[in-house]
Each structure stands twice: as C-alpha cells, then as structure tokens.
Design a protein around this ligand. Sequence first.
Ligand SMILES: [Zn+2]
Length: 298
Amino acid sequence: MSVDSAVERALRLQVIDWVNQRAEENGGFLRREELLNFTVGGQKLPVIDYSRGIRNPADFASTLSIVSTVNGPYDDLESEDGLIHYAYRAGDPDGGDNRKLRNAYVTRDPIIFFRKEVANVYTPVAPAFVVGDDPSARTFLIAFDEALTLIPDPASMSNAQKEYAMRLARQRLHQPAFRTRIMVAYSSRCAVCQLKYSALLDAAHILPDSDERGVPTTDNGMALCKIHHVAYDREMLGITPDYVVKVSPQVLQDSDGPMLTHGLQEMHDRKLVVPKRAADRPNRDYLAERFEGFARAS
Ligand SMILES: [Zn+2]
C-alpha cells in the first residue's frame, strides 16, 4: 500500500533535513549504521538499502536515495556536464527500481545522492534531482540543484549551462567528498593541535585549488582547525617537509592572551600528527613548496 503523496513528500523532506543536519554535526558525512537505523515517528525508515545502491521504501512511489560507490576522487569527475550519469538498475528497464527512480524524474521529487568512497562512510548531496532519463543509454541524469530541473533537455545543455552544472558539482559534491576523505584520514582532528570539534575543522589544501596540481587527493590536504588553517594560509605558521610545525618569528615574539600563547606559540616545533596510512600523509614536495613561501615571509 502506498502512503499518500503529500505524506510521502513531507517524510522525504524530513529525512533530507535530518541527513543534512547529521552530516554537518559529523563533519560532512554519515555512517552506515545511523543511516540504516533512522526512525521517524517511532517507525524505522532506513535511508539507504541494506545491500543495494538504491533505496526504494515499499510504500514510497519515488526513490528515496541512491548511493554511488567510487574508488577514488576522480571516479565521477569524468562527466563533462556536471551531472551524474546513473545507470539503470539491471533487468527490466521499467521494473521496480527503475520505475521508482523514473517517478522521481516525472514528479521532480527530491532525492538524496550519497557518494561512498570509504567503507561505511557516506557523503550526502541533498536534495538532488533526477533531471533526465535516457532509455537508449539506459541512464538517468542526476543534478545537484532544482534550477537544473528547468532546463528542457539536460542531455544537450549549452556551454554556459554545463559550466553552471560543473560549478555546482564542485561545490556540492567534490568539495564535500574531499572534506570527508580528509576527516576520515585524520580521524576528525586538527593535524597541528589535535582539536576534535568537526564544526571547527577545515579540509585545508596544501597546493591551492587554483594550482593545476592542486588535486583533491588526501596527500594534498590536511585537517586543520580554523585558526591553524588561516595561520597556515597567511604564513604565520609553516609546516616543514618533515612534518614539523614552525611558527613565524613575529608571532613568537608577540605577547597577548592565552590563545596566542597556547594556540599558536606553543605549537612551534611540534610534530604534525599525520594519518596512519602512508598514502594519506601530506606530500613532502607540496609541503616543501609551501614552506619556501613561509620561510621567505618570515
Ligand atoms: Zn589546530
């Protein structure tokens, strides 16, 4: 039996709000366990499927969520239109899973798109929208903004529209996914001071986004608290290629309250706390390049 469509929509929006709120509290992602155990009004409503990459609650007319399992930061970057090209589920193109995702396209019901790169860790983009259905390619097109539902033919967008969609994908999918990778690698702690409050942590780039080598891989990032992130970018604090924190002579000589003393000056000569996995640790060449800038400024 189906729930009333207004009820379904209200539930859907409630789930989306919860997902976004939990992701924010967690530092950008949710864990499998909490997604499976979500309840609303005392009733269990798993937000993802136990075993499949699509969640179609039995009494929902449209899909609630889809999961894209990727093997690295570039896995879904190859799309040149900023949209996710989501393959039909195997079997009957008009069968249950495909039918419910198609219904989300027809009704423009918002869905949740999860990017899963690390086991049990899901980075959400919500709401997301199914904006196209291409039976010949057996794919649905997924976009990250409601505005893209207004484009008559998303399969053949103008260059300006593609640029817009690409920018959205960067902001709403690729940057959050980078943040998740960094937070997981650093166990959500600042690499300089070990502060553990996700809300106060950033995924800092070593080589900036604007640099063509400024790739969104973990070896080009560090989890830094807000203070240490800005201090690093303003060259008040440097990190040597050997993972030692240096504080600029100007800052070391200054005197002020406890934040300066404990938060900055005492970090001088501390060892950076890096991820366990060697491949996740900061690239020493990138650090050396940034450290040259710091040494020049000091
Ligand atoms: Zn810090």
